[in-house]
Design a protein around this ligand. Structure first.
Ligand code: F6P
Length: 252
């Protein structure tokens, strides 16, 4: 990629990969905090990296958020009319409809000429209803497909920003503040060391399900997310990170 050679982004990618101890880092130009189009570029980069993997893998689990919405928008049909299966990584996490994993799933499937399954599990449920719901055949099947996904694509957010966006209770805010949470992903909140300090109750992928046999993409950028990205990445080294220059410069 000529643009990258010229702009020195490859050097930045390698430095960031070493610093965060990741499998791979892809950096797109710009800062998504400032310019909306940078999210689209991250989306394109994610899709370009993803497509070759779909030769041998069918199921992709995705989380919610505006960055993942950009990934879904950039999705393309696969060669040879292959139809990928897109599933939401986790149930409701308090996002607006357009940023929910379910919505992103259906958009992505549509763009890919693929199929999708949805998780219809409300955020607030009594323990009993929750238990009986996850035993429902329709839900159980989807949960199995989610766990079997060979590819996971997820966002990373800043802890307080996410708690606000989810209209979290004051108890959650107090907890996050007391424990110094700085990052959020998959409904889990993490402190600067990558330790889990709070977790939302919902079905689907749990952090322990992110095993070594899966290819895991984190797509997150913007200089304001640098701290959150660094904290989350303390958890595990094998990820592919797709980010932007804004976050990368701040991280280095
Ligand atoms: O709520 C879903 C989610 O993927 C969170 O886990 C993550 O923190 C957030 O969205 C990222 O959202 P955005 O891409 O809009 O910053």
């Amino acid at each position: 990629n000529v643009m990258k050679e010229v702009s020195g982004l490859h050097v930045l990618e390698e430095r960031l990969r070493e610093k965060l101890k990741l499998a791979e880092v892809i950096i797109v130009p710009g800062d998504s905090d400032r310019d909306q189009w940078v999210k689209t570029e991250m989306g394109k980069a994610a899709v370009n990296r993803l497509l070759p993997l779909l030769k041998s893998e069918r199921t992709i689990a995705v989380t919610g958020g505006t960055t993942l919405a950009a990934v879904a928008e950039m999705m393309k049909p696969l060669p040879n009319r292959k139809r990928p299966l897109i599933v939401p990584a986790r149930g409701g996490l308090g996002e607006h409809v357009e940023n929910q994993a379910n919505t992103i799933c259906s958009t992505m499937a549509q763009k890919a000429n693929g199929e999708y399954r949805l998780l219809h599990v409300p955020d607030q449920l009594s323990k009993e209803s929750y238990q009986s719901l996850i035993e429902e055949p329709g839900v159980k099947d989807v949960l199995e497909q989610i766990r079997s996904a060979g590819i996971v694509i997820h966002g990373i957010g800043e802890a307080t920003t996410m708690a606000e966006r989810r209209n979290s209770s004051s108890i959650v805010f107090q907890e996050i503040e007391k424990q110094n949470a700085v990052a959020e992903a998959f409904g889990y909140y993490f402190d600067q060391d990558g330790t889990i300090v709070h977790k939302l109750k919902t079905v689907g992928l749990q952090l322990d399900d992110l095993t070594d046999d899966k290819t895991i993409f984190a797509v997150a950028g913007g200089s304001s997310k640098a701290n959150a990205i660094a904290a989350y990445m303390k958890r595990g080294p094998r990820q592919i990170l797709i980010t932007d220059e804004g976050a990368a410069n701040e991280l280095l």
